[in-house]
Design a protein around this ligand. Sequence first.
Ligand code: SAM
Ligand code: SF4
Length: 333
Amino acid sequence: MGRTGLFPPMLSDAFGRTVTDLRVSVTKRCNFSCVYCHDEGLGPVDRPRSAHGEEMTPAEIERVVGVAREFGVRSVKFTGGEPLVRTDLEEIVARTVRQVPDVSLTTNGSMLAARAERLRDAGLKRINVSIDSIDPAEFRAIRHGALAPVLEGVREAIRVGLVPVKLNMVVFRPTVDRIPEMVEYVGRGEGLKLQLIQFMPELVGHQDWRVDMGEVTRWLEAHASRVIVREMHHRKVYVVGGAEVEVVDPVGNADFCANCHRVRVTHKGELKGCLNRDDDLIATRGLDDAALREAFQRVVRWRVPYYGVYIPMASVTATNGPSAPAPTRGATG
Ligand code: SAM
Ligand code: SF4
């Protein structure tokens, strides 16, 4: 398939979900080791470093984003690992905005203060900073890092205009009682929003850390002065005090999946059609543009609806890929 002029064909899966959003992991390395995360696969780091051999180069990332743009992708989010362990993140952002202007980043914030302005100058539009607790000791117990530099990073991001800064708080047993305090903190600060992220035990085990997100939602409903529904994943935004609070609850949530418009790219440049599966990866490094376009089409063709419904495949063939069972609404993972 070649370039198609003014109106590129949107990628749409067999269940009518168009792909508008790309989430690109730029590394698996990290300087933290959060208790709920398994993303230090390429080893911990203590300061920013140049790209690891496994990681996509800025030029490779730009090419993948460029092809995604041809298919109508409108926004790109960088994640990891910790994206700021890469010294070339500013170049990655600068190259990406040449293709897709709406570029954002999720970071642990620990190395953000010194680079927020440069990232903004490179074209970064928004930022998510992960903060599970505003108590320094609790923060350290969960993330194995210091809170103060993270808060400094948040302040600097706001100062340079990367607003609103969304704070990501993972909701699990150790943090659930701290939600009211976090909501109040966010309500007090200018330029902040809060995302309450459901703990995903499948990443690290610990079923005992799960909490009932229904209870969290009921608490928000009881305290909200207003509720807004966002297009992305049909997420509700609760306005509580001065704070805007969103709940991100993908686990066993058919509604989340039904409204998912995202394709992921791993740090090695593999396309990945779903957050919750690893049997649909398509390597793109070394492919020419035509093959890269075909890879995008294939990974989207393989998308299946509704978390946990697909049958894990023993093998994925290049021609057929994983099979997509019929949609089953309300299935759990
Ligand atoms: N290192 C960056 C950070 O911590 O923000 C970006 C990568 S991190 C994998 C992206 C987000 O996933 C963070 O907000 C993190 O808190 C969240 N996360 C990691 N493991 C999780 C889990 N088991 N359940 C839910 N969220 C998780
Ligand atoms: Fe994982 Fe992010 Fe924590 Fe690093 S900072 S261990 S990537 S959640």
